[in-house]
Design a protein around this ligand. Sequence first.
Ligand SMILES: *[C@@H]1O[C@H](CO)[C@@H](O)[C@H](O)[C@H]1NC(C)=O
Ligand SMILES: *[C@@H]1O[C@H](CO)[C@@H](O)[C@H](O)[C@H]1NC(C)=O
Ligand SMILES: *[C@@H]1O[C@H](CO)[C@@H](O)[C@H](O)[C@H]1NC(C)=O
Ligand SMILES: *[C@@H]1O[C@H](CO)[C@@H](O)[C@H](O)[C@H]1NC(C)=O
Ligand SMILES: *[C@@H]1O[C@H](CO)[C@@H](O)[C@H](O)[C@H]1NC(C)=O
Ligand SMILES: *[C@@H]1O[C@H](CO)[C@@H](O)[C@H](O)[C@H]1NC(C)=O
Ligand SMILES: *[C@@H]1O[C@H](CO)[C@@H](O)[C@H](O)[C@H]1NC(C)=O
Ligand SMILES: *[C@@H]1O[C@H](CO)[C@@H](O)[C@H](O)[C@H]1NC(C)=O
Length: 631
Amino acid sequence: MKTTSFLLVTSTLLLLTCTTHVFSATPCPPCGNTTVPFPLSTTPTCGDQSYKINCTSTGTLVFTTVNNSYPIQSINPQTQRFVIQPAPLIPNTCTTTDKIYEGIILNNTLPFNITSSNTIVYLNCTRDLLRSPLNCSAASACHAYINATVPTCQTGPLCCTYRTGGSSNSYQIRVRSSGCSAYSSFVNLDSGLAVNRWSRPGLEIQWMSPRETVCTSQNDCDAATSTCGVDSSSPNNGIKRCFCNGDLVWDPIQGVCAKKITCFNPDGCKSSHKTAIIAGITCGVGAALILAAIAFLLYKRHKRILEAQQRLAKEREGILNASGGGRAAKLFTGKEIKKATNDFSADRLLGIGGYGEVYKGFLQDGTAIAVKCAKIGNAKGTDQVLNEVRILCQVNHRNLVGLLGCCVELEQPILVYEFIENGTLMDHLTGQMPKGRASLNWNHRLHVARDTAEGLAYLHFMAVPPIYHRDVKSSNILLDFKMNAKVSDFGLSRLAQTDMSHISTCAQGTLGYLDPEYYRNYQLTDKSDVYSFGVVLLELLTSQKAIDFNRASDDVNLAIYVQRMVDEEKLIDVIDPVLKNGASNIELDTMKAVAFLALGCLEEKRQNRPSMKEVSEEIEYIISVASTKAV
Ligand SMILES: *[C@@H]1O[C@H](CO)[C@@H](O)[C@H](O)[C@H]1NC(C)=O
Ligand SMILES: *[C@@H]1O[C@H](CO)[C@@H](O)[C@H](O)[C@H]1NC(C)=O
Ligand SMILES: *[C@@H]1O[C@H](CO)[C@@H](O)[C@H](O)[C@H]1NC(C)=O
Ligand SMILES: *[C@@H]1O[C@H](CO)[C@@H](O)[C@H](O)[C@H]1NC(C)=O
Ligand SMILES: *[C@@H]1O[C@H](CO)[C@@H](O)[C@H](O)[C@H]1NC(C)=O
Ligand SMILES: *[C@@H]1O[C@H](CO)[C@@H](O)[C@H](O)[C@H]1NC(C)=O
Ligand SMILES: *[C@@H]1O[C@H](CO)[C@@H](O)[C@H](O)[C@H]1NC(C)=O
Ligand SMILES: *[C@@H]1O[C@H](CO)[C@@H](O)[C@H](O)[C@H]1NC(C)=O
């Protein structure tokens, strides 16, 4: 009976939408097993014609450059990027097969360019390259690459490495006899990794957000959502486009006019397309016929959804693996996770954080893992969660706790991290470590500060899109046995965030570390992390807790307490006695420098706080002072 009422509701909906025309912004059918997202276009009747790519008869997508073409390895509609496979070498030479076309040259009148995420290794270059701004030194990562992978290139006079993104490079990777004769490319490469851990070669290309669809008359537009009108912003006068009606806005990812909240769930979003098309087909037909047709269509649709779900599951793993972060993030099954954690047994529970429970587990090969069950805002679809997990998988830095993979089969998304043994910074500072272990000396603490700052600076400035941690605190900084610090829980707040989080009343972050500006406008920015990091610096300096009700009532908050002491010129009184007793003058100077850096981070006004990059450089400088003068 459930089906019957569903049918009735659907038919009412259909009758209501009977005036709807078929959408003109039609996405293309899949090419082989690969979904072709809007606006990419494989035929003249789908997608946006400015975004042509080819689908070969063997089901491979191909991107055509000015004189050549390259297979597409993966596509990410959310970031509007895809990765092509660079040309191979001619066997037994150090020349790429596309040298005859002078390498990769994009047509710069088309809406594609090369992203800034690619690391290019140039091989077999002439000495002229030494005068270029590229890194052709003996230390350049290309040498390790040649040694490990392409011995035929060892005879070439020079090799060089560079990161794309300078404007002259954004449309070409040039290969020619007067320059370099071969190249390869790697997306989001951490060149500190050993070559055998580099991801496979790929060149990432992005497309510009498509404009509203072009129309000649209102019939080309969806009357319910858009109106055909002259595009006044276009220099070629006379071009008309389907502009969105009322308070709807153009969603360049789905290619439709939509309500302002962007819908990230492709299944949910596309259903409106289907309904509209069905409406177009069934308009004017008698009610009985409509119902029969609907029943049939629903059956087919159900079948299609099942097929799509299976395809999606495969794609998910593909997307996670093609993330290019160097590490292959794995899609774990619910069964594997349950086995690893002994069915989430209570004795495996390591703790309960703001974003869910953490269990210790072991993979079949014995690797210790931390399994984090993320609590998510219920407004999130699985696809959005997956997308965010994918973004997390791409971040990869020695000062971040590594994400090994995830699992979305169980009710909550499960994130699987490398297991870091040696407790949190908070444990070390508050003496909760096993007896007999030396407490952190000043040198350790400076390095912990530097590692943390570098991890955060990477999230703010290197991750695409940038990730704001939102919950920086000493209990989120893990130490390994060499006392290297690794930032954990980054991006989890984003998983937990609902669409309206920036005006949500349930405060994110932790008392004592929270940016005071947040209370004024409820917005967390990179400078909120800078503020929280300032509190961590004070903890490193004082070994006191961020919030401690054992201090006098107006000193409960460490940031306020230290600020007051500095104002009264009593900074030295708050420094941890373990640090200052017996410290050299240089050490005391570096402690003061850290205190003033912390107070800079804690500035009331965001614009007065340094960026995480500046903070990290300053700490590096303080460390250099501490070490050079100590010798
Ligand atoms: C598409 O997927 C099916 C089933 O997973 C597989 O057998 C087939 O080889 C795939 N085709 C291509 C072109 O990848
Ligand atoms: C791609 O399609 C265009 C137009 O259909 C054609 O001119 C071009 O040769 C094709 N390129 C490849 C690599 O198939
Ligand atoms: C670049 O693309 C435009 C628009 O499709 C086309 O007219 C032009 O001929 C192309 N240029 C080259 C060099 O292929
Ligand atoms: C290196 O490039 C030069 C100049 O293009 C070419 O003549 C030579 O064959 C290349 N070396 C190898 C090993 O292919
Ligand atoms: C690309 O092809 C055009 C037309 O065939 C030719 O004139 C041009 O020299 C080619 N460019 C390169 C870099 O190969
Ligand atoms: C070249 O790259 C190496 C390795 O990343 C680095 O150590 C070196 O400083 C770089 N040299 C220049 C001139 O940028
Ligand atoms: C590459 O191999 C050469 C010769 O075997 C050696 O001199 C060089 O140090 C190696 N470079 C790297 C980065 O491994
Ligand atoms: C490349 O395209 C992106 C997206 O449209 C744009 O933001 C960026 O400025 C472009 N870069 C260059 C150098 O044209």
